[in-house]
Design a protein around this ligand. Structure first.
Ligand SMILES: Cc1cc2nc3c(=O)[nH]c(=O)nc-3n(C[C@H](O)[C@H](O)[C@H](O)COP(=O)(O)OP(=O)(O)OC[C@H]3O[C@@H](n4cnc5c(N)ncnc54)[C@H](O)[C@@H]3O)c2cc1C
Length: 401
């Protein structure tokens, strides 16, 4: 078998596949190979957006990402949302926009996105080598890529190997393991549940509540999001929590405002009225009509309201104030993020500044070496941002090859 190629792409995921299609469309005579360690390409892509693949968003800007997003601004400038949607439409994928500005395939199936990419690769003659892990790369006159089974050679090499998120779907640290001579920020899990310390969490296990969720440090709010929070055994989750997981540090706190549309004073007044309305009922009924019962009990415990066998009428003014305060600011100390297994993406990756040209995505250290997707030091919030970057950077790298 002749394993000499013009271009080798390591990684048959979102960015690698679109990079391969773009390269072949630009120059059909090129021999392009994709090396993929899974037994098939696009395994992670199939799991995205709960199997529906949220492929981009109406409103994409570097401000929605952490890492070196601003250094990579030329990628967003070159491939904005309409440009990306147009590319996909020309490949045959129709999409729809939901009420929150997220785009999905019209069929609501991630497999549609993968099929479109796979079929174009097939028709354009991209050569796929699945079930092979690139274990080393040597750069001399050409690139030599070693897998357990074969030695491959190419004039140009693209690293589209993604991050360590979701190892069962292919996540790994090839960026470090391949030792390509580029600096990289170590990967850490993001877009995942936040592990917290709290005496009340167990009693809330299995519940969901709408809240404004704030990530705080030293009394300052670093970031806040609104949405549905899920209470689990040792963690909080939900899209709003996932987004905050991009910014957690061990000394931070997650604070829930369970009644964000009611001011502190209004809530205190409502509790006073409830105290009269339900004066004969036990104290744990103070939040009747306002909060779910188990959440109300947890709030009262956090407020150090003791002896629930007392009637509401027996609660003191101080206890009412503390209860109102805890419903507006229920605090959980952050232990850290859940692991790579539960992460949808990673912070970290190949450093851009001084190392990668943000316009072409070519290495500044080694000619003919390119990077795309999550292998680079960039990570976006939930909502189609990470796939947008993976696809956009895949197109840009593909256009240079
Ligand atoms: C459960 C889940 C849901 C998600 N949902 C969304 C969503 O709806 N919207 C969104 O924008 N983002 C979503 N993401 C994030 C998104 O999937 C990733 O950001 C995106 O896939 C990154 O694309 P990539 O090409 O850089 O990496 P990947 O898609 O991970 O592709 C990298 C490929 O390289 C292969 N590989 C790695 N190392 C080697 C090696 N040494 N040799 C050979 N092959 C190798 C891997 O097996 C993998 O197939 C989700 C992620 C997960 C885990």
């Amino acid at each position: 078998m002749n394993l000499h190629f013009d271009i080798i792409i390591i990684g048959g995921g979102a960015s690698g596949l679109l990079c391969a299609v773009t390269a072949k469309q630009h120059n059909p005579s090129l021999r392009v190979a994709v090396i993929e360690k899974n037994d098939r390409v696009g395994k992670k892509l199939l799991s995205t957006g709960n199997g529906r693949c949220n492929l981009t968003h109406d409103n994409i800007s570097p401000a929605d990402y952490v890492g070196e997003a601003w250094a990579l601004k030329p990628v967003f400038d070159a491939i904005d949302t309409p440009t990306l949607l147009d590319r996909f439409q020309r490949l045959g994928l129709l999409t729809f926009r939901d009420s929150e500005g997220r785009y999905y395939p019209l069929s609501r199936q991630a497999s549609a996105v993968l099929d479109v990419l796979r079929f174009h690769c097939e028709n354009l003659g991209v050569e796929m080598f699945c079930g092979e892990t690139a274990v080393s790369v040597k750069a001399q006159n050409t690139f030599r890529v070693q897998t357990k089974q074969n030695t491959y050679f190419a004039q140009k090499l693209v690293i589209a190997a993604g991050s360590k998120a979701a190892p069962k779907l292919g996540g790994c640290d090839s960026v470090t393991q391949l030792n390509i001579g580029h600096r990289a920020v170590p990967f850490s899990p993001a877009l995942c549940p936040i592990l917290v310390r709290s005496d009340i969490l167990r009693s809330l296990k299995g519940l969901r509540a709408q809240a404004e969720v704030r990530l705080e440090r030293g009394g300052k709010t670093l970031r806040s999001e609104r949405g549905e929070v899920q209470f689990n055994e040792d963690n909080l989750s939900g899209i709003c929590v996932f987004n905050l997981s991009l910014f957690t540090t061990p000394d931070s706190t997650v604070t829930l405002d369970l009644l964000p549309d009611i001011s502190d004073t209004e809530l205190y007044n409502i509790l006073q009225k409830n105290q009269n309305r339900f004066s004969r009922q036990s104290a744990d009924n103070l939040f009747t009509g306002i909060l779910q019962k188990r959440i109300a009990v947890a709030v009262l415990k956090a407020a150090e309201v003791k002896n629930f066998s007392r009637p509401c009428s027996a609660l003191g003014e101080d206890e009412l104030r503390r209860a109102a305060e805890c419903a507006k600011s229920l605090r959980f100390s952050v232990k850290g993020n859940a692991g790579f297994d539960r992460a949808q993406a990673c912070r970290g990756g190949v450093t851009v500044k001084g190392q990668v040209d943000p316009v072409t995505l070519e290495s500044r250290l080694r000619k003919n070496l390119y990077f795309c997707g999550e292998a680079l030091d960039i990570c976006g919030v939930c909502g189609g941002y990470n796939l947008h970057f993976a696809f956009a950077s895949g197109i840009i790298a593909g256009e240079q090859l």
